[in-house]
Design a protein around this ligand. Sequence first.
Ligand code: SAM
Length: 296
Amino acid sequence: MDNKLYFSDHTIQIYNDDILITNCVDEETIDLIVTSPPYNVDIKYGSYDDKMDYEEYLNFTRNWLSKCYKLLRNDGRFCLNIPLDKNKGGQQSVYADITTIAKQIGWKYHSTIIWNEQNISRRTAWGSWLSASAPYVIAPVEVIVVLYKKEWKKISGSGESDITKKEFMEWTNGVWNFMGESKKRVGHPAPFPVELPMRCIKLFSFVEDTVFDPFLGSGSTLIACVKTDRKGIGIEIDKNYCKLAKQRLIEEGQIYQLKFKEFSVIKDKIQKYNTPKSPKNPRNIKFFSKRRKEDA
Ligand SMILES: C[S@@+](CC[C@H](N)C(=O)[O-])C[C@H]1O[C@@H](n2cnc3c(N)ncnc32)[C@H](O)[C@@H]1O
């Protein structure tokens, strides 16, 4: 099992493996899956052919959705970022087809979030310009399908939520408006912004839960895990993207700095118990009560 382990920290694991055949993740151990699979739109990934026949793509989808179903706890949730429609290489109702397959496997449907990427410049094809003969209609949005395994009400885990009132009110409105991520900045052909997994994690999981991304790519989901105190597991078939994810965890997730912060907190605690200026020392207590009087 461990030879596929590319990187591990005390709360993060990256496996260089194929989600279809992996045995790196134990069944019924995952609280939340957040992922964006390949869209079958001929993106040039390193180790994956993103240009399949549509039926073959749906078959691939069925296989990985079945695999993920087994890994989730009974009260686990799944945030699946996919396109609404596909226009490249023939029109297809991707969202409708994938949701139907998921339900056939056993996934239960909760709701759908529309992610408005606010990027209308991506439009390239008009079909028949200013003519009704064959115009193209394209919605410049993606969706996040929210599914669950057996029970929507979450009973396992710490029970601790870290979402603010403002975030809760804003994010439970199912139209999310934020920009997509720059491929160039990240160095991956199809990254989602950290904002996307971050919102899903805070809305649908408890602090210290285990979050899983079977198509890790550049590691955005794991960065969100580090920032929200969740455990994170990612699987990525391409070793170069595993390397990129690790690098981003260090630079953007600041994993080693966090470790240092934790070390500092422990060091402070030890010092408080060992020095004469411990809070247990009456001189310190006097100081705090004096300050409080002044403040009042
Ligand atoms: C849409 S990208 C995910 C991007 C990611 N959300 C991010 O923010 O960087 C899909 C990723 O899945 C990987 N992939 C494709 N087939 C896979 C498989 N069978 N198992 C694991 N990873 C796979 C690709 O290499 C690609 O990096």
